[in-house]
Design a protein around this ligand. Structure first.
Ligand code: AMP
Length: 280
């Protein structure tokens, strides 16, 4: 695997590959890699000739300084996993290399009203940081296709809009959520859960499954209320939101609709977890 911290040599390597007509798949991450990230690398390998992955814990997308400081990092293990996975290039820049002296933060507000809902409402400025860094990464890498996880469903909508507006030649791929055997969505943050919290964390997917199992015109509303109670009754969990929305614009449903998605965010101890489930 070819590892780059600096933009210029990375770009000359990629240009050489482009001249050979090789298609470049790109998987942006914040590291502390797990099987969920590696499933994106696999998807990229399947559709493209070479895969580039980035690892950058982006300070501008954290609205909470402590959350940024405590974010898990394990670059040696990440490199080992990427080599095993057949990733071709790892871009692991410093903050200075990414943001340099002409730093300015983009605003996500123009990408649609759903920016201010759910994650946007609970993590003010989060999507400004996401847009800023992802735009910069796309400009540097110039990929043919990009691969993002459904785990961050709202982020997928934002990135799709970004591509439609600014990078029409890049193909967007949304990849399924990889889960632990009890259904918990894999996340870099899961390593922070203690034994009791880890058990409690599986209630997130149980609550979403409860909604899906009762997704019909008669029981849809009661099942959402029951799912909220499942979370509220556990002492390790603090619910931020549990909503069922239109999958395209994230507005909460006011009437039953088969085409819907349930999204959840909750603190499990000190660790913030998110998950979602398409209901159709
Ligand atoms: P992160 O490192 O958390 O910023 O995630 C990098 C990419 O991996 C994002 O596109 C995430 O949506 C995706 N991802 C994270 N967890 C999972 C998972 N459990 N299954 C599939 N993709 C995931």
């Amino acid at each position: 695997m070819n590892l780059y911290q600096d933009i210029k040599p990375l770009q000359s390597h990629l240009q050489a590959k482009r001249r050979q007509n090789l298609r470049i798949g790109f998987v942006p991450t914040m590291g502390a890699l797990h099987a969920g990230h590696l499933s994106l690398i696999d998807a990229a390998k399947e559709k493209c000739d070479i895969v580039a992955c980035s690892i950058f814990v982006n300070p501008t997308q954290f609205n909470n300084l402590l959350d940024l400081e405590l974010y898990p990092r394990n670059i040696e293990n990440d490199i080992r996993l990427l080599v095993q996975s057949g990733c071709y290039i790892l871009f692991h820049p410093t903050i200075e290399e990414m943001y340099g002296s002409d730093f300015h933060k983009d605003s996500a507000a123009v990408y649609g009203p759903y920016i201010n809902l759910l994650e946007g409402a609970h993590r003010p400025g989060h999507f400004d940081g996401v847009i800023t860094i992802v735009k910069r990464l796309f400009e540097i890498i110039e990929p043919d296709e990009v691969f993002f996880g459904q785990k961050d469903y709202q982020q997928c909508l934002v990135i799709k809009t970004l591509l439609e507006r600014n990078f029409t030649n890049i193909v967007f791929n949304r990849c399924a959520i990889k889960r632990e055997t009890d259904g918990l969505a894999m996340s870099s943050r899961n390593v922070k859960l203690n034994k009791e919290e880890r058990i409690a964390a599986s209630l997130l997917i149980q609550a979403l499954n409860h909604i899906k199992a009762n997704w019909n015109a008669e029981t849809w509303e009661t099942s959402i209320a029951e799912a909220k109670k499942m979370i509220a009754h556990n002492k390790h969990l603090q619910l931020e939101y549990l909503c069922v929305t239109d999958p395209d614009n994230l507005t909460e449903l006011s009437a039953f609709n088969m085409n819907a998605i349930a999204l959840i965010a909750a603190y499990c101890g000190q660790t913030r977890l998110i998950d979602n489930l398409l209901l159709n």
